[in-house]
Ligand binder design. Sequence first.
Ligand code: AMP
Ligand code: MN
Ligand code: MN
Ligand code: MN
Length: 280
Amino acid sequence: MSINYDLHTHSTASDGTLSPNELIQRAVSVEIDVLALTDHDTLDGLAEAQATADQHDIIFVPGVEISVTWHNTTIHVVGLHVNHTSQTLQNYLNGLHGFRRWRAQEIGHRLAKHGITNAFEGAEALSNGKLIGRSHFARFLVQQGFASNEKQVFKHFLVPGKPGHVPSQWAKLEDAIAWILQAGGQAILAHPGRYKINQQVLRQLVGLFKEMGGCALEVISSSHTWDKQIIMARLANEFKLLSSVGSDFHNPQNAWMTFGSLPALPAGCIPIWQDWGYTK
Ligand code: AMP
Ligand code: MN
Ligand code: MN
Ligand code: MN
């Protein structure tokens, strides 16, 4: 029987809406066999997720999704099988938390100038004392009636050229990959079809990613249309990279999320789990 993998998901430790415990229970209910929790820039939810997984028939993979700035573009690098007790990785990620907090305050100031008050306080309350991200602002603005859904908030308030946009300075690509490798993990370029860069620049990114020690491209992602899956599969094979699959699940309210029923990898891809040794 084939094994059902989902190697990219979020919890309340970053910008997901389910706790790590609830996420694992939901993964079990949709018959996922191997699940990775990959919260943005934090290892906070991993111990809780592992503890719940230990009580169910599911294999848990500890992960992280690190925010990177490369050529003025925000890139996400997923780390899988990272040692989540690594103090070194924790320390590196703490640096990004400082920037996140400063950025959140700055988003609050900028939105206030635009007539939207207390957005920082609102977003912070929704983050429950955990890491704060733009999704928390999006949820707060929806609650306050500034838009009908989170996507609309991003479009009208949080992206470049809009009132609440703050330019980001995340980790360097080579650093994020090195942190993951040092913590014993494998580095995967997340949703490569989502970046607003042309094919030539994407090829440059993929080449560099491999040179720096990255091992896989996320070929199947909720961010990828069918044609993007095929393009990424070809790119992975051409650059001799492995292929990964992940829903990028954040919120059960978003119906487009295919949690538990991701498409299979296109023929010819070498799955990232080829040497993991999991059987069913
Ligand atoms: P941050 O790391 O705080 O800048 O936030 C990035 C996160 O915002 C992504 O991981 C998504 O969860 C969310 N996001 C980004 N763009 C959109 C969008 N257009 N609609 C909904 N959520 C988005
Ligand atoms: Mn997110
Ligand atoms: Mn991402
Ligand atoms: Mn993600």
